[in-house]
Write a protein that binds this ligand. Structure first.
Ligand code: FRU
Length: 496
């Protein structure tokens, strides 16, 4: 008996030890979503239902690399704190559960609801690998608000007998009183649109593409209405998509049948100009007054399986609000971190009108913060900020006035040798002409940096794997003089 008691105590002790350890491991993000253990990639099935934000995600429950694709599940009340729920839809009979959508079928259009219980309907790609790969669209439903799921007996519900055909995004289109699905023909660079009255039988409506960036296979389309900044009530349709390993967007109109892009420029517009933002999609069925919000996977297929994090691999971005504005006759996407009542922040440093020396180190050290800084770019020189600074190492974000580019450079960060592709992808720059000051809001979370430029009209997201002592912050310029309008640093509390 005593022996068993001892073992029981030992198990309880070890368990509490491991729980305390979770979310404080080296590189572990503290205010971004990541799973307790194992691999994740794309966010899936984002739906707001009964006051909760549901997030499903691509998950390997058995290991820390891609495989056995299954839908993991978490919920949040504020888009900042997350509660992990049991696996939602597991791989079964050789069919992996690839990316897709979840909708609350409030009017029971599918007929799958019972006794007044609203069915949650997941529509995802069933992936069969092997000598003959196939992808088709499948349906599963839940009658207990998303906890347990039943695969539909009539699966697949949409099958073109193709090797690649995936990532359905479904939403209700009120003017025509039907559901719309958009999904990818990845190799062809085509987004297809379908309609359905019951979520089961789908009719082809139209195609969009090829367009813009066709350098990689197209994945994860997301079509969502977003407000025009400052024009109360007016909306445009935003089409975002991923192409190994970057994203692009189009802005225009959707009439219930087809999508038309209104941007004439051949320049490729991206929701994120860093290396680590992928497969982002927006929440469905948000309350009317709620700003549209999207979330993306922070990683990059070129090196995703090798990043040096354990026992988990992969994280999600901060949820981002979406709106568009017209600039030089083109629609530009604006994104802001969704912070409403969510993340707990505390000011730890504030300074105004700092004259520039060459490199000025702030009197704070942290790897878990928001830095909000407003800079006046130096004429013909470079102006910016370095985070994760220590012993010659840092991540640099800045503006190069001579070349008129905004950039993020991680070439001097620690621990890059885990993968050649990571080492190669070290500097990201885009042409940019700031009018006057440049405001950078940088969310630095141990191994993640998300940078929102000015009013969120450009964003850079990058992973870095700094040593724990790389925690300094420096403002710098070359040439000069430049000036800093203000610099605030906020400590951000862990969400776990
Ligand atoms: C995008 C993606 C999707 C697919 C899923 C598989 O990252 O390749 O196209 O459904 O990941 O995990």
């Amino acid at each position: 008996m005593r022996k068993y008691l001892l073992i029981a105590f030992l198990l309880i002790f070890l368990n509490s030890f491991s729980q305390n350890d979770t979310y404080s491991e080296l590189y572990r993000p503290r205010f971004h979503f990541s799973p307790p253990a194992n691999w994740i990639n794309d966010p899936n099935g984002l739906v707001y239902y009964k006051g909760q934000y549901h997030m499903f995600y691509q998950h390997n429950p058995f290991g820390n690399v891609w495989g056995h694709m299954t839908w993991g599940h978490a919920v949040s009340n504020d888009l900042a704190h997350w509660k992990h729920l049991p696996i939602a839809i597991p791989e079964e009979n050789g069919i992996m559960i690839f990316s897709g959508t979840c909708v609350a079928d409030i009017n029971n259009t599918s007929g799958l609801g019972k006794n007044g219980q609203v069915p949650l309907i997941a529509i995802y790609t069933g992936h069969i690998s092997g000598p003959v790969q196939s992808q088709a669209q499948y349906l599963a439903y839940s009658l207990d608000d998303g906890i347990t799921w039943t695969k539909y007996a009539g699966n697949p519900i949409l099958d073109l007998k193709k090797k690649d055909f995936r990532d359905p995004k479904v939403f209700w289109y009120e003017p025509r009183k039907y559901w719309v699905m958009c999904l990818m023909l990845p190799e062809e660079h085509i987004v297809q649109f379908y309609s359905s009255k019951n979520l089961v039988d789908w009719k082809h409506l139209s195609n969009f593409g090829p367009a813009g960036d066709t350098s990689g296979v197209w994945e994860c389309p997301d079509l969502t209405p977003v407000p025009i900044d400052g024009k109360g009530g007016k909306k445009k349709w935003l089409l975002q998509m991923s192409m190994n390993a970057s994203m692009q967007y189009f802005v225009g109109e959707f009439n219930g049948v087809s999508f038309t892009s209104e941007n004439k420029s051949s320049a490729i517009a991206r929701p994120d100009y860093g290396p680590d933002y992928y497969a982002a999609i927006a929440w469905g069925q948000l309350p009317n007054q709620h700003q549209p919000a999207a979330i993306g996977w922070i990683n990059n297929w070129y090196y995703a399986n090798d990043i040096p994090t354990t026992p988990w691999k992969g994280a999600m971005s901060l949820p981002r609000t979406l709106s568009v504005k017209k600039k030089a006759d083109e629609w530009v996407l604006q994104q802001q971190p969704y912070l409403s009542g969510g993340l707990e922040r505390k000011m730890i440093y504030k300074d105004f009108k700092i004259g520039f020396s060459e490199v000025m180190r702030l009197p704070v050290t942290t790897q878990q913060c928001e830095i909000d800084v407003s800079l006046t770019p130096v004429e013909n020189g470079q102006t910016g900020i370095r985070i994760a600074a220590g012993n010659g190492k840092h991540l640099e974000i800045g503006y190069d006035d001579k070349n008129q580019v905004l950039y993020l450079d991680r070439s001097k960060t620690a621990n890059q040798a885990f993968n050649k592709e990571f080492e190669k992808r070290s500097r990201f720059e885009i042409p940019y002409q700031p009018k006057g000051r440049l405001r950078l809001r940088i969310f630095f979370d141990h191994s993640i940096a998300e940078v929102f430029v000015n009013d969120g009209e450009r964003v850079f997201t990058a992973q870095l794997f700094p040593d724990e002592t790389d925690n300094g912050i420096e403002l710098f310029n070359t040439g000069g003089p430049g000036s800093v309008g203000y610099c605030f640093v906020y400590d951000i509390k862990t969400i776990w």
